[in-house]
Design a protein around this ligand. Structure first.
Ligand code: SAM
Length: 205
């Protein structure tokens, strides 16, 4: 299986770097490619953390990688698709495309840009918005591990407590680990806490 992220954010925020790093660790650097980076991008524009994990990236669009890929073998993971991803989709599709998009609440349909541009078959991973790393983790469980969506344990809109008094609700669905905690990229908990404390400090200024 190849996982393709069409990068749709401007540059690389800390959040994006942590998500992409985690995805490389989980699917393997040889199975992930980041596509559609702006023309003129060089290695100097890619965060060192991602380069050191062996990120493969290109300014080409996803359809043009490997000398052009067969569209019938490509599945777009699309929150607005009408069909759900199932284990047998692994027999039809070799490439799974995701939007490299930071989620928003309420959800804005930016994946729609990919749907309209490429016309790939689309599959949904349930009705709730996931982070890109969660969407890839879920896809991997379904098409590689052959686990049905309904057998994966999720937590919706978890509350992340960042001190004794305050917490923040994450407006996404996450897979849970064996302790029932949402699986977040390494370093994400610290980043969420840092950002939350920062905005409180800004309010106090
Ligand atoms: N508001 C965004 C949108 O739809 O444009 C949600 C983006 S989501 C944070 C990033 C990517 O994860 C999406 O482009 C999609 O590929 C995948 N994704 C997230 N939730 C999904 C779901 N429930 N079903 C299918 N794909 C999903």
């Amino acid at each position: 299986m190849k996982y393709i992220i069409e990068h749709m954010e401007e540059g690389f925020s800390e959040w994006v770097i942590l998500e992409y790093s985690q995805i490389i660790r989980e699917v393997g650097k040889q199975n992930l490619i980041l596509t559609s980076l702006p023309a003129g991008t060089t290695d100097r524009d890619i965060p060192p953390a991602l380069l050191s994990l062996g990120l493969q990236w290109t300014t080409k669009e996803c359809v043009d990688i490997e000398g052009g890929i067969d569209k019938s073998k490509v599945c777009l993971l699309d929150p607005a698709a009408t069909e759900e991803l199932v284990p047998s989709d692994s027999e039809t599709y070799d490439y799974f495309v995701f939007g490299g998009i930071l989620g928003s609440h309420p959800r804005i349909d930016r994946t729609g840009l990919l749907r309209e541009k490429y016309g790939f078959a689309g599959r949904r991973l349930g009705a709730l918005q996931m982070t890109t790393d969660t969407a890839i983790r879920t896809t991997q469980k379904i098409v590689q591990d052959q686990t049905k969506f309904e057998d994966i344990q999720f937590i919706d809109y978890p509350e992340i407590r960042y001190n004794k008094y305050e917490s923040t609700e994450m407006p996404f669905r996450y897979i849970v680990d064996s302790a029932g905690e949402p699986i977040l990229p390494e370093g994400m908990l610290e980043l969420i806490k840092h950002d939350a404390e920062q905005s409180i400090d800004d309010l106090l200024l």
